[in-house]
Design a protein around this ligand. Structure first.
Ligand code: SF4
Length: 474
């Protein structure tokens, strides 16, 4: 069985502050052969805005022009990187876009995507990738010994390098050759400015969908991006599938399937937008169902369900519904503040969380409360919210988490803190409850996630809470 490269999160020698929430690596949006009203670049901009939750560190687009492929990218949010006035002057009908959060490779402009490879004869290929390869170190070393000079510290450059090496076979065939060499998680789109090829790893770790808009082909990480640009959903790109589109003609071929389907189940739990549909399952309805399961597990009676803003809303609705108690938006979130995970110390992080949240005392005083969130990583936010609820007069606070505890690292493109930073490195639930100030802590179980998705465990990667890594043959 293939071995996972467990050094990959530091293969470029960087260590970064672990996030308060697990972080998705990237989002992809591509449009091929668009000749409808408006500009393809403006639609790509809207598509990337719809995927902003999947990456906030950098954004970019690549498109064809008479001078060859042009790259437009920078650090920061989509609306900071692109000026709408310059997008309207781009006439290309085919465009590839990307938003990034770094898990391998540091947060710097050289790692912003799409990545571009260009030869002296002017041929060029751009790539946008979501996921993490698991044989990065081996391939990196091999390419290095062959004389390849890397321009980024991202594993995505390895994929691009192989596609570029085989480009004379045609883009689709070059992608097929590249995917025979790489392992791990990838949902990706490549273009030479004319043809666009989308491909998903044989396990299907990361989502990728196909849509249509005014005769053009659209590829996107989530269906919510299709909705945003007015495209119709056609289907998911299948695990192991390579889909090529050129001149309006779509063709598809598949590489041999992996031993096990391995969609990241945390796409449903946390990463994807609630209004997205992944592999036929509504993310919001999945989360509501897990919330209903929590009603069977919570050890005490409550009067009120309060979702953690905004990550506990869908599960909170399900829990309140199943318990037959009201759901209240009893914690106000200030939407104008930045993310808390960049704060360097626990004290600062907690102060930032207090700045962000304020409880509505009149709803809470004297009530037995279930506080609901989708996941628990370091517990910083939960600890402060519980403190705020108690200060607001809550009689009891029972923390309900709509996923099992994180216990193991992710090697497939999700940034989860090291075990020593996790709220639940192996302690008992009563110890955890005491340490974050709750009367009890209830986690959803793995089987709650499977039953809510309507499919068995064999369809998903669950490594970060089970320790069974699909690449290792589990
Ligand atoms: S290890 Fe966890 S976060 Fe990573 S792909 Fe698997 S289920 Fe998703």
């Amino acid at each position: 069985m293939p071995q996972i490269d467990k050094t990959l999160n530091n293969h470029a020698g960087f260590v970064k502050e672990a996030p308060e929430k697990p972080r998705e690596k990237c989002g992809i949006f591509a449009l091929a052969g668009y000749r409808g009203p408006g500009r393809a670049a403006m639609l790509a901009y809207l598509g990337l805005l719809a995927l902003q939750h999947r990456g906030q560190e950098s954004a970019g687009m690549a498109y064809g022009s008479p001078e060859g492929l042009v790259l437009l990218k920078g650090m920061g949010l989509v609306d900071r990187v692109f000026r709408r006035s310059s997008l309207t002057s781009i006439t290309a009908d085919t465009i590839l876009g990307h938003v990034r959060y770094s898990t391998t490779g540091s947060s710097k402009s050289a790692n912003a995507q799409p990545l571009l490879a260009r030869s002296r004869d002017g041929s060029a290929i751009a790539l946008a990738h979501n996921g993490n390869l698991t044989n990065t170190a081996v391939l990196h070393q091999k390419l290095f010994e062959e004389g390849h000079i890397f321009h980024s510290t991202s594993d995505s450059e390895i994929i691009l390098t192989y596609i570029f090496q085989y480009r004379r076979k045609g883009l689709g065939e070059a992608v097929r050759k590249a995917v025979s060499l790489i392992q791990g998680a990838y949902a990706a789109v490549a273009t030479d400015g004319r043809e666009v090829v989308a491909f998903r790893d044989p396990g299907g770790f990361r989502p990728l969908v196909l849509g249509r808009l005014n005769g053009a082909t659209v590829f996107a990480s989530e269906t919510a991006a299709l909705d945003t640009v007015g495209a119709s959903f056609v289907r998911d790109i299948k695990p192991g599938e390579i889909v090529s589109t050129v001149g309006g003609v779509l063709s598809s071929f598949s590489v041999p399937a992996a031993g096990k389907a391995s969609l990241c189940i945390f796409e449903y739990v946390y990463f994807a937008r609630p209004d997205s549909i992944i592999d036929g399952v509504s993310v919001h309805i999945f989360r509501k169902k897990v919330g209903r399961k929590l009603a069977e597990r919570i050890p005490a009676s409550v009067d009120l369900v309060i979702p953690s803003p905004d990550s506990g809303i869908s599960a909170g609705i399900g829990l309140a519904d199943a318990l037959g108690v009201p759901l209240e938006w009893a914690i106000h979130r200030n939407p104008y503040l930045g993310r808390t995970f960049i704060e360097p110390t626990r004290a600062w992080r907690e102060a930032a969380v207090r700045l962000k949240f304020n409880p509505i005392n009149a709803l809470i005083r004297g009530k037995r409360v279930a506080l609901v969130d989708d996941s628990l990583v370091r517990g910083t936010t939960a600890r402060v919210l519980i403190e705020l609820l108690r200060a607001a007069g809550a009689a009891t606070v029972h923390l309900c988490i709509a996923s099992p505890p994180y216990r193991f690292p992710c090697y497939y493109g999700i940034d989860i803190p090291v075990a020593s930073d996790l709220a639940v490195p192996g302690e008992s639930l009563s110890y955890l409850a005491a340490s974050i100030g709750a009367d009890s802590v209830t986690f959803a179980r793995a089987e709650d996630l499977y039953s809510s998705a309507g499919r068995g465990a064999e369809n998903y990667c669950t490594a970060c809470f089970t320790g069974y890594y699909p690449d290792e043959g589990h």
